[in-house]
Design a protein around this ligand. Structure first.
Ligand code: ADP
Ligand code: MG
Length: 263
């Protein structure tokens, strides 16, 4: 492009995964995965069990450390810093601080059983020193309202259904004001009749412009919310594109085989 306009730096990717390799006990689990997630978009990761989906999400927030490659979130390297041509591991404290800016919603909710719903959501902003307790609780009330649980703030996790617990977990992730929220099979542990309420909350976030990366087997949902679908097979991305392409006209035999089983 020519002209007098001053070049502006492009906005950093919400998430960039660069040529990540991960081994477990001599077994290659991620084999050169690269992925760019643009801000405000929804990426759905599909793949059969054992293909490396959870490991990929866990590498993004440095719950797993890659043997090669790197990840950045919002333009910031995660878990490491550059030292000349090498990458040096950050301190545990620095890694925890970074992880505090990346939302993660697990299959099994992982709520604190001894804390009320309100405190589950308010805990992290207080613990990280970002908000005072009263401010965090006000934010927690607002977020619980948003996920339809404004009337259950005083309940304990065990008093809630799985769908309600997962909605608390989503509110808790939002309380971090994260640049991205990672979901690892957020509805897989739920009774079928509770899946819809959780997907509907996630759909609201997607519509509202929150950047999401979602591992799920809910193909209909993926079709509705995804800007980009990534198909992982044996630790490699073998196919990637908008839902119309990957779901309706899959080019790779492994994608076709997978879709024929889940659809
Ligand atoms: P998915 O989420 O797609 O089912 P995972 O990322 O959980 O796949 O796992 C990919 C492979 O890595 C599997 O073979 C799994 O057994 C192995 N794996 C995952 N985590 C560990 C671990 N902490 N130690 C050893 N092997 C692991
Ligand atoms: Mg998994």
């Amino acid at each position: 492009m020519t002209g007098a306009t001053a070049p502006t730096a492009p906005a950093p990717a919400a998430v960039e995964v660069h040529d990540v390799h991960k081994w477990f006990a001599g077994r290659r689990v991620l084999d050169g995965v690269s992925l760019t997630v643009r801000p405000g978009t929804v990426t759905v990761v599909l793949g059969r069990s054992g293909s490396g989906k959870s490991t990929l999400l866990r590498v993004v927030n440095h719950l797993e450390k890659p043997e090669a490659g790197y990840v950045s979130v919002g333009g910031e390297l995660i878990g490491v810093q550059r030292q000349g041509a090498r990458l040096k591991e950050l301190s545990e404290r620095a890694i925890l601080a970074q992880r505090g800016r990346i939302g993660f919603v697990f299959q099994n909710f992982n709520l604190f059983p001894h804390l009320t719903v309100l405190d589950n959501v308010a805990a992290a902003p207080v613990a990280t020193g970002r908000l005072r307790r009263a401010e965090a609780q006000a934010l927690a009330r607002e977020l619980l309202e948003r996920v339809g649980l404004g009337d259950r703030t005083g309940a304990y996790p065990r008093q809630l259904s799985g769908g309600q617990q997962q909605r608390v977990a989503i509110a808790r992730a939002l309380a971090l004001r994260p640049g991205v929220i990672l979901f690892d099979e957020p509805t897989s542990a739920l009774d079928p009749e509770l899946v819809g309420e959780v997907l509907s909350v996630i759909k609201d976030l997607a519509t509202g412009g929150t950047t999401l990366v979602i591992v799920t087997h809910e193909i209909g949902f993926a079709r509705e919310v995804a800007d980009e679908i990534v198909f992982l097979h044996d630790g490699r991305i073998v196919e990637q594109g908008p839902p119309e392409q990957v779901l309706d006209r899959p080019a790779h035999p492994r994608t076709r085989e997978f879709l024929s089983k889940v659809l």
